[in-house]
Design a protein around this ligand. Structure first.
Ligand code: TXA
Ligand code: MG
Length: 319
């Protein structure tokens, strides 16, 4: 069950799984990716669950051709230039999300930007073409582990519940280079499969020939360009059992004994953490857009996806 051949039948089956909201690990030229329908919050939540990530990082959205990204991102001249030179290939571009961007807010970790890449691996491209949907895919390893470059690495890391397309060894072997093109100047967020010099050469004239570097925390050295995490505008309190009337009360599970709130929104009445993760960023955005003056959140268990949800909330609660 877990290993699928990288032939027409295997790819068709994997594409159907992706369209049905299931996870599929697949080869790219950089590393194996753990893919899910990038437009489906529930499917994306499964990625974070499978990787047991202690937090929600935004994910890279993959497509088989640049024009498929038209509904997803807002193109600019630098993006067109780099896309023409380096796609398909190990380059990821961070761009503003299009107005009616179909990408899951969870995949974007709530951000108004999207990271996009057209991989070069023929199996990845065939899968993306057959699926016909944008696919969110981090490296297919458990959080903190090494990035996998063979199907056996994937199985050793994630176990045999995840279907894997066995497409041989990833030739590049390190992740894609990530360039943020949302600010005034391009910023190198992560060195990777394409050298920074190559990108600078391609962009000479556009930015004086030098790429700004992000520091270790993912923040560019020139401040104020990139918000690497979405933070709600409103103050946020956690572990609340009685919310004020001027607060949006974000609940989890049965509401018995949880009082108050000018607007009440339940992440998952059934106490399903996957559903809660899928709703989290949408609810935070809705709260931020409301006329109320704060966000209260009821207790969320510190297990599985609950850890990532609480991590995000703790960051939002910190002044
Ligand atoms: O080579 C690769 O890029 C592989 C293959 C599978 O394509 N994928 C990969 O994904 O390395 P992952 O999740 O391990 O790394 C994604 C990186 C993270 O560092 C994340 O912070 C950054 O991309 N990222 C994603 N969306 C972003 C955004 N909107 N703004 C800034 N950084 C973003
Ligand atoms: Mg990774």
């Amino acid at each position: 069950m877990t290993m699928m051949a990288a032939d027409e039948a295997g790819i068709a089956r994997a594409a159907a799984m992706l369209r049905a909201g299931e996870l599929v690990a697949f080869p790219t030229e950089t590393v194996y990716g753990l893919g899910a329908d990038a437009t489906d919050d529930r499917a994306v939540a499964k990625i974070f669950e499978a990787k047991a990530r202690p937090g929600f990082n935004p994910l890279i959205v993959h497509a088989d051709a640049a024009e498929k990204l038209d509904p997803v991102i807002v193109w600019n001249d630098s993006a067109r230039l780099l896309a023409r030179h380096f796609w398909p290939g190990p380059l990821t571009l961070v761009l503003p999300a299009a107005e009616r961007c179909p990408i899951s807010l969870l995949a974007r970790a709530g951000l108004p930007t999207v990271a996009v890449r057209i991989p070069a691996h023929p199996v990845a491209r065939a899968l993306l073409a057959a699926a016909g949907i944008p696919v969110a895919a981090p490296s297919a390893n458990p959080s903190g582990g090494l990035s996998p470059t063979t199907p056996l690495h994937v199985r050793a890391g994630l176990g045999d519940r995840i279907p894997i397309i066995a497409g041989g060894k990833s030739q590049v072997g390190i992740e894609s280079t990530i360039i943020d093109l949302t600010g005034a100047n391009p910023v190198l967020l992560r060195p990777g499969g394409i050298g920074a010099e190559q990108i600078e050469q391609c962009m000479v004239g556009k930015m004086g020939g030098k790429l700004a570097q992000a520091d270790a925390a993912g923040m560019p050295k020139a401040p104020g360009q990139l918000a690497s995490h979405y933070a709600p505008r409103l103050p946020l309190r956690m572990n609340v059992s009685a919310a004020r009337d001027d607060e949006v009360f974000i609940l989890f599970g049965p509401e018995l004994g949880l009082r108050g709130g000018g607007l009440r929104k339940n992440l998952s009445r059934d106490g399903d953490l996957r559903e809660a993760a899928a709703n989290l960023f949408a609810f935070l955005h809705e709260a931020d857009a409301s006329a109320l003056s704060g966000i209260a959140v009821s207790a969320i268990p510190e297990i599985g996806l609950g850890m990532a949800i609480n991590d995000r909330l703790r960051r939002a609660a910190a002044p």
